[in-house]
Every structure is written in structure tokens, then in C-alpha cells.
Design a protein around this ligand. Structure first.
Ligand code: FRU
Length: 918
């Protein structure tokens, strides 16, 4: 797990922690109390405020209040809704008794405690009731009427909503009391539905009908005020006393002001109501009927009442203010707590970040230290490499200096050999063989001279002493002339040689003609060297413009063996050779590149293994410097030209040469150097048929075809080297018995071991003497013959041997078994035998002939006859029986063959046998 994921993991954890803390507020309500009010007025507003205020003292209590606006149907819906919300207790002030009874009973039956307040229903199915005794209030009113009017007078009654219990009970109480005073006449009773406006309207109507009214009894103060307004409009308000119920602070003021004559306290008691509800909810004891007391407020006590009411109101406001303050503090507390946790979280995160940063810092520091240690190590290694490369450079320089010195030293003797050899070649006294040998000397001296000169030139270039000898000449003509020298070689090697030179009239250039000529020779020599018979070598030269200058481009293309990309990279490195192929000293192309660079040009090579090579040179036509006349410049290109051609010719890729001249033994010579082949052939030809091949692959093909008696094979060759060729020869059944003599230019123990590992039978190092090679070769063939003779001994000429190749032994063993198993069959043929050992008839013939000295049919016949002799000697079988048993169809033919092989008739043998037995 990385630092990042740990960090985010911890961040999530902290976030979760903070959320948990935040979710602590607000707490889930413990109880929910639903209050369904029938009306919306001052009295109810006061009651609701008292309820809410009281609820503050009961944390965990939530109060939901609805108001039906004097509409019973709405109140039924309100109650339903509260019940659905799952209130724990329902408080109802029923608008009307009749219509509200069913819903209240339903709520009660459902198990929700129902507290009735102020008004009642027709049913006793409720949990508790709290409110004043309205009948008692009615009686108080009746009593007050009697006293105030002195037992005589006219009154008008304005009732609340018909059907609501306070209206009914207050009326009944009043009438009960008035029954005692016959002088009091109730002129009219009108319902005003507890509303001021309705009362004003109703009383106005009554006023029109009643001229003498002493007192109006309104069942609440609002309706009393409505009646007062109606009377005032008719200016009769001073004649009439107005009495109401409720005695809220406003009404007390009206009493003081004399608008109302009196009012009866109808307590709201919202606080008591909530306390009662809590008793019920908590399962504490409570009373079902909680009757609140009432009192008369008139001019005598209105002032005191007003003072008290005001004081209470002030206290209420303070409580409310405190409540608000508390809310504010709670809010502040809550937000501060969140802030605190947020700060803690941030601190925690910052801490974690710090830890991560510190760790990252230390890790980085450690890595930096490791890196710098590694850097120091690498720098040390680089310094070592630089020192090493300096050493290598120095060694190479020393080597090159040595080569140069040696080249310089051998040039004079070589020249001294070359001149007499040339004279010898011109001599007419030489026979053919002598001429041939002198020619080889001449060719190789020329090649050596060229090599020595090239090494010296390259050394000069490396020392910065190689300069351009400039002259002005026609490049097209010169190129054609130089390339012409390779025409003869192309005919000899059967290579298509295409020359395309600039045909413009003006092909003049200023350059070092000698160096250009040597560039061309080197490239052509290279192309011819690696192009097989029927291949194509193309040389092309064109002019072109580049960066405002005239340039010429020379391309030499061949479709020969080509090179791999890896070789192409190093082809211009001095002394670089491809693989083990001694295609040259590796100096030629390095020198070409040096000459091109001296001319401020570029050289490029494209090559594809197996498809050919293309060298491309681009050189500006005008070189800067002193321009001499071409004729005055020393030119020594003859040796280079000849050397290049000879070198290309020597390493001909196609030289398979098979000439079987009727000698008994055949020797295959495999070497890529034509002169070596020619030289070896020249002295082997006397005793052997000589086959020639230029590489391992061709050699292998010839060996398979001709099954020679010995192979003389060079180690380093193109296409397939000598080691591989030898290994393959020893793997093939047809050729595994052929003795192989390896030839190499290096007399190294390691190479010898490798050669023997490949199955080579002998090893001879170059330079070798012809005599030594001949002696060793003849010994090899002789040994093989002895082995063959040895095989030919015994019952069948095939026995175990301590000498010879494993594969040969296996072959002989197989042959022996097959013949032994089948010699009883007259139809067992040589073809079948060949098939069973996996060789063609001809291959089987050559193999058995070479290995055992007899053709296969002869071997089969011999095996039959030897078996027959053994049967005749060891059994009592007749000649005919024996003849048939060893696969002869005719006993007379058997007898003839037997006589030829053993020198006596089988019958004579039997006679001899019988005589000796007796
Ligand atoms: C308030 C009120 C009071 C009256 C009571 C009777 O809604 O009208 O004025 O005394 O209801 O229930």
C-alpha cells in the first residue's frame, strides 16, 4: 500500500468520524404531542404560546399545533393527519361536540391518549379533560345579572357556536340561575359563533326590535365587544351593560375603561395542559377531569387584574426571550462544536500530512543518497572505461604502427620478389606446372604489396599526413577507363558487369584522381569478391546539385551475399571482418572512407543479407587547394588495380570443380582461395581424382554426390565454414566414413581441438608443405582401407572394431543384422536392403564399397555362402537343403558360387568332412 492510499484511507476515516459527531445534533424527539385547535383567535393564541413555552421545560418533547378555523370538517382532517404522523398524544379542543365525537373516539380507540381541552364531545371516550366548568361560569353569569340589575331587567344573550359544549353549558348554567329571578327577562338569545362580527350583526338586529335592553350577556369578550360596537352605532351603548367571558388582558382593559361591565376569567392554562399530557405520556398518575377555576373581573378588581396580567405578560416575554437566547446559544454551541471538530480534523490531517511529508523527505533523501552512490559508481566505471578505451586506442595505435612498420619492411622484399617473378613469368623455359606455380607467386606478391601499401596509407591518414593531390580531369572518362579493368574478371567469373557513367560532355572535376581510382578499385573488388556466378555488379556515376554546389555520386551495387545490419554498422571500421571469412584484411573499406572524407564527401552502405550490397559515395566536384596537372602527379595505381582484381578473383564464391579422371582414389579439396585449391590440386592430381569446392556447402554437395575417399578442407570460409562442413559430413550416413583433413592458417591448439570435436581425422596448419599434406593424406586413406579390410574379415565381413566412426559401426551392424535375418530368402534383393538402411541403390553401393570393399550384392552372396559352409560343416543337411536355406533357388548355381568363393565344390567339402569324421 502506498503513502497516498494510506493518506486517503485516513482522510475517509476522519470524515466519517466528523459526520458521526455532527449527527449527534439534534436528538430524535422522545415524544410528539399533536394539538388540534378548533379556532384561531387571541384566546387560542395565548394557549398555544403557553403550551410551547411549557414544552421548553420538557426536553425531547415536540409539539405540533393545527388550527381548524371554526370548521369541524377541517378539524377532522387535521386530527387524521396528526394520527398518521404518529403523535404520541393528541390534544383536541373540539369545534362542535356532535360532529367531532367519532374521530375523537377513533383516536382514543387506536390507543393514542386523547386530552380534551376547553370543549367536550358527547362521549366519555377520552383520556382526560382540562378546562373550566362552563356550567359554573353560566351560573356565575346568572348570579352576576341578578346582583347587577337588582333582580329586575331585560337581557339579551349572544351565544357561541351552537353545538359546542361551552355555548350550551354556559347557557344552561345562566338559565338555571336566572330561574331564581323572575324579574329578569331574557329578551332574545342569538348565536354568533364566538365571532365579533357575527355578534355585531346579530345584536344590531336585536336592537332594532328591542327598545329597552339593560344588559347583553355575550359568551365571550369578542362577541361582547361586537354587541357594544352595534349599540354604539345606534348610540345606545351607554344604556346597556355589556358582559363577556375570557377576561384576557385586552378585555380587562375594556372593563377598566368601562366598555365592558364585567368579564369572567376563562383560563387558557396551556402550561397545565402540557404538564397533564406529560404525566399521561410518562405513565405518571393524573386526573381524568381537571377543572380550572374561574373568577369575575369587574371595575372593582380590573386594575389589580390588569397589573397582574401585565406582570405575567412581562415574565412571559422574558421567558420567551430567554428561550430565544437559549436557542441562539444552542445554535452557536452546536456550530462551535462542529467548528471544533472540523479544526481537530484539520489538525489531524495536517499532522498526517506532516508525517507523510517527513517520510517522503526521508525516502527521497535515502534515494538521493543511493542515486548519488550509484552515480559515483557509474562515474568510476565510466572513468575506467575511458581509461580502458584509451588503452585500447593506444594498443591499436601501437598495433597500427607495428603493422605499418612491418608493411614498410616487407614492401621492399616483396618488390624484390615481384620483379624477378615477373621476369620468370616472361621466361619461355618454364614448363606448364612451373609457370603455374610462378604465376601463383606473382599474384600473391601483388596482393601482399597492395595490402602493405594500404596499411601505410591508412596510417598516414590517421596521422593526418594523407593529403589530396588535386588535378582537373574528366571524371566520366576516367571512371570508364578504371572500371574497364574489371571487365576481364567479370567474363572469367560469369558476372554481369554494368557500367553507367555520366554522359554529359562536361564531367570535369577537381579531385585526387589516384584516390578516386583506388576507391573504385576497392569497391569493385569487394563487389566481385562477394558476387556469385551469374550475379550482377553495377557501377554508376552521376552529377547533382546540393546546397548550391555541384557534386558527383558514385554507386557500386551487387546482388551477392550481402551483410547483416550488425556488420553494416562496422563495415568502415579498420580491421573489421565479417565473421571468420578472410575476405580481406578489413583495411580496404576503412581506407575508402578515409579517401572520401579527405574529399569532404560522404559514404553510405545499404546491405541486405542474401540480397546484395550498395555502396554510395557523394563528393563535391570542386576540391579546394593547389591544382596540378594530371600528368605531373605521381600515380602508382597499377599495383592497387591488379591487387584488387586478384583479390576479388581469389575469393571466388563459385569454384565447384569436379573432374574424375579415372584414378582409383578421389580427394575433395574445399577452400575459398582459388590459388590454394589450384596449388593443392596441382600436386594431388598425380595420384588422385581431385574435386574442388569454394565453400563448405558446395563441398558437402560434392561429397554427397561423389563419396570421395578423403576430404581436405579449409577452416575459415564463407557460406559454410570448415568446422560445420566437417560436422555435417560426419553426420550423414553416406559420408561419415570419409576421412577429413582440416587446413587452417592458424596453428592454434584450440582450433585443433574444435576441429577434432567436429570429427576431423587430421589437421594440418598453413603454411604447409605439399609433401607433408600428401603423406598425411595417403596415411589417412590407407588407415581407412585397413579398417575396411578389417570389416571385411569374419563370417560376414562385418565385426566389432576399435577404430572407425560410430555411425559407420552402427551402419555395419545394421547391415549385418539385416543380411543375417534375410539371407534365407531368395527374393531378398539389394534394393530392399538399401530401403531398409535408408539409402538409394547407388548410395548403398558406394557406401558398402567404400566401407567394406565390396558392393552390396557381393556382400549378400558372401554371407549366404559363409552361412552355407557353416551349415554344411555343422549339420547333416544335404547340399540342396543348405542351398535353399541360404536363399539359392538352384543347387547347381549354389555349387558354382561356392566353388568360386571357397575354391572347392560343396560335395568335395562334404567328402572331406565325412572322411575326417571317420
Ligand atoms: C376561544 C373561545 C373563547 C371561549 C371559548 C369557548 O376560541 O371562543 O372565546 O371562551 O372559545 O370554547
Amino acid at each position: 500500500m502506498n503513502l497516498k492510499s494510506i493518506f486517503f484511507g485516513k482522510l475517509l476515516l476522519c470524515g466519517g468520524f466528523l459526520l458521526t459527531l455532527a449527527s449527534c445534533e439534534p436528538a430524535e424527539a422522545e415524544y410528539v404531542i399533536g394539538v388540534s385547535q378548533c379556532s384561531q383567535d387571541e384566546w387560542r393564541t395565548q394557549m398555544n404560546r403557553e403550551i410551547m413555552r411549557e414544552s421548553l421545560f420538557f426536553p425531547g418533547v415536540e409539539v405540533k399545533i393545527t388550527s381548524a378555523n371554526d370548521d369541524s370538517r377541517k378539524q377532522i382532517q387535521d386530527i387524521d393527519s396528526l394520527l398518521k404522523q404518529g403523535v404520541d398524544l393528541l390534544v383536541v379542543a373540539p369545534n362542535e361536540a356532535e360532529s367531532m365525537t367519532p374521530i375523537i373516539e377513533k383516536a382514543y380507540r387506536s390507543g393514542t391518549p386523547v386530552v380534551l381541552v376547553d370543549r367536550k364531545t358527547h362521549s366519555s371516550r377520552y383520556t382526560a379533560y382540562i378546562g373550566a366548568d362552563n356550567r359554573e361560569i353560566g351560573r356565575g353569569i346568572g348570579n352576576y345579572i341578578q346582583q347587577r340589575l337588582g333582580g329586575k331587567g331585560n337581557i339579551v344573550e349572544l351565544t357561541g357556536l351552537t353545538g359546542s359544549t361551552p355555548a350550551t353549558e354556559r347557557h344552561q348554567g345562566m338559565m338555571e340561575e336566572l330561574a331564581k329571578s323572575p324579574g329578569i327577562e331574557v329578551l332574545a338569545t342569538a348565536s354568533a359563533g364566538w365571532r365579533e362580527a357575527d355578534a355585531e350583526r346579530a345584536f344590531d338586529s336585536i336592537l332594532t326590535r328591542q327598545p329597552h335592553i339593560d344588559m347583553v350577556i355575550a359568551q365571550n369578550d369578542r362577541m361582547a365587544l361586537g354587541a357594544y360596537e352595534a349599540a354604539k352605532k345606534r348610540n345606545r351603548h351607554k344604556d346597556i351593560l355589556f358582559v363577556g367571558v375570557d377576561a384576557l388582558s385586552g378585555a380587562v382593559n375594556l372593563v377598566r375603561e368601562g366598555v365592558l361591565d364585567a368579564s369572567f376569567i376563562y383560563p387558557t392554562a396551556g402550561d397545565s395542559l402540557l404538564q397533564l399530557a406529560m404525566h399521561i405520556l410518562r405513565g405518571e398518575p393524573y386526573q381524568k377531569e381537571n377543572i380550572l377555576s374561574t373568577a369575575l373581573v369587574n371595575s372593582e378588581n380590573a386594575r389589580v387584574m390588569q397589573m397582574q396580567t401585565k406582570h405575567i405578560e412581562t415574565l412571559d416575554r422574558k421567558i420567551e426571550y430567554l428561550d430565544q437566547q437559549l436557542d441562539t446559544f444552542l445554535m452557536r454551541y452546536s456550530s462551535q462544536r462542529i467548528l471544533l471538530w472540523a479544526c481537530l480534523l484539520i489538525l489531524l490531517l495536517a499532522g498526517m500530512l506532516l508525517v507523510i511529508l517527513v517520510r517522503a523527505f526521508w525516502t527521497k533523501k535515502r534515494l538521493n543518497e543511493e542515486l548519488s552512490a550509484q552515480k559515483t559508481k557509474l562515474e568510476d566505471q565510466r572513468d575506467q572505461l575511458i581509461a580502458l578505451s584509451h588503452q585500447v586506442e593506444e594498443a591499436t595505435r601501437a598495433k597500427l604502427a607495428f603493422f605499418t612498420n612491418v608493411s614498410h619492411d616487407i614492401r621492399t622484399p616483396l618488390t624484390l620478389i615481384s620483379a624477378p617473378v615477373e621476369q620468370l613469368l616472361k621466361s619461355r623455359n618454364l614448363d606448364e606446372q612451373e609457370h603455374f606455380l610462378v604465376n601463383i607467386i606473382h599474384k600473391n606478391v601483388t596482393v601482399l604489396l597492395r595490402l602493405a601499401n594500404q596499411i601505410m596509407d591508412f596510417r598516414k591518414y590517421e596521422n593526418g599526413k594523407l593529403t589530396l593531390n588535386l588535378s582537373r580531369f574528366q571524371l566520366g572518362t576516367a571512371m570508364a577507363e578504371w572500371a574497364d579493368s574489371f571487365k576481364a574478371l567479370s567474363y572469367r567469373k560469369h558476372i554481369h558487369f554494368l557500367c553507367r557513367f555520366a554522359s554529359e560532355e562536361q564531367t570535369e572535376v577537381v579531385a585526387d584522381a589516384e584516390k578516386l581510382e583506388r576507391i573504385l578499385y576497392n569497391l569493385l573488388s569487394n563487389a566481385f569478391k562477394f558476387t556469385p556466378e551469374n550475379g550482377t555488379v553495377t557501377v554508376e556515376q552521376v552529377f547533382f546539385e546540393k546546397e548550391g554546389k555541384r557534386w558527383f555520386r558514385l554507386t557500386v551495387t551487387d546482388d551477392g551475399v550481402g551483410m547483416s545490419a550488425e556488420h553494416v554498422q562496422h563495415i568502415f571500421d579498420r580491421f573489421y571482418q565479417i565473421g571468420v571469412h578472410p575476405g580481406g584484411s578489413g583495411i580496404g573499406l576503412a581506407l575508402v572512407k578515409a579517401f572520401v572524407e579527405l574529399h569532404h564527401g560522404q559514404i553510405q552502405v545499404d546491405s541486405d543479407s542474401g540480397k546484395g550490397t550498395r555502396f554510395c559515395i557523394e563528393i563535391p566536384t570542386e576540391q579546394e587547394g593547389e591544382v596540378h596537372s594530371l600528368d605531373t602527379l605521381p600515380r602508382n595505381t597499377l599495383n592497387f588495380k591488379e591487387g584488387a582484381i586478384l583479390q576479388a578473383e581469389q575469393h571466388s564464391l563459385v569454384a565447384a570443380h569436379a573432374e574424375v579422371t579415372g584414378k582409383e582414389k578421389t580427394v575433395l579439396v574445399i577452400d575459398d582461395d582459388q590459388d590454394i585449391r589450384a596449388y593443392v590440386s596441382s600436386f594431388l592430381k598425380k595420384d588422385y581424382n581431385v574435386l574442388e569446392a569454394a565453400n563448405g556447402q558446395e563441398g558437402l554437395q560434392l561429397a554427397m554426390k561423389y563419396v570421395p575417399d578423403a576430404v581436405v578442407c579449409d577452416v575459415m570460409m564463407p557460406v559454410m565454414d570448415g568446422m560445420e562442413c566437417c560436422r555435417r559430413l560426419k553426420q550423414e550416413l553416406q559420408t561419415c566414413h570419409i576421412p577429413v583433413m582440416m587446413l587452417t592458417a592458424y596453428d592454434m591448439a584450440e582450433q585443433k581441438i574444435k576441429g577434432y570435436q567436429c570429427g576431423a581425422d587430421s589437421y594440418i596448419a598453413k603454411p604447409f608443405s605439399a609433401e607433408l599434406l600428401q603423406v598425411r593424406l595417403s596415411n589417412l586413406i590407407e588407415n581407412r582401407k585397413r579398417l575396411k579390410d578389417f570389416f571385411a574379415e569374419g563370417a560376414l565381413p562385418l565385426t566389432d572394431t576399435t577404430e572407425g566412426h560410430d555411425l559407420d559401426q552402427g551402419f555395419v551392424e545394421k547391415l549385418r543384422t539385416l543380411i543375417a535375418r534375410n539371407l534365407h530368402r531368395a527374393d531378398f534383393t539389394v534394393e530392399e536392403l538399401g530401403e531398409k538402411v535408408g539409402l538409394s541403390r547407388v548410395q548403398l553401393y558406394r557406401k558398402t564399397k567404400s566401407l567394406c570393399g565390396y558392393p552390396p550384392n557381393e556382400l549378400l552372396r558372401m554371407a549366404r555362402l559363409k552361412k552355407a559352409a557353416s551349415l554344411l560343416a555343422s549339420t547333416e543337411k544335404t547340399i540342396s537343403e543348405v542351398a535353399f536355406e541360404v536363399g539359392f533357388n538352384s543347387p547347381s548355381y549354389f555349387a558354382k558360387c561356392y566353388r568360386e568363393y571357397f575354391g572347392e565344390n560343396p560335395t568335395d567339402f562334404l567328402k572331406r568332412k565325412n572322411q575326417s569324421d571317420q
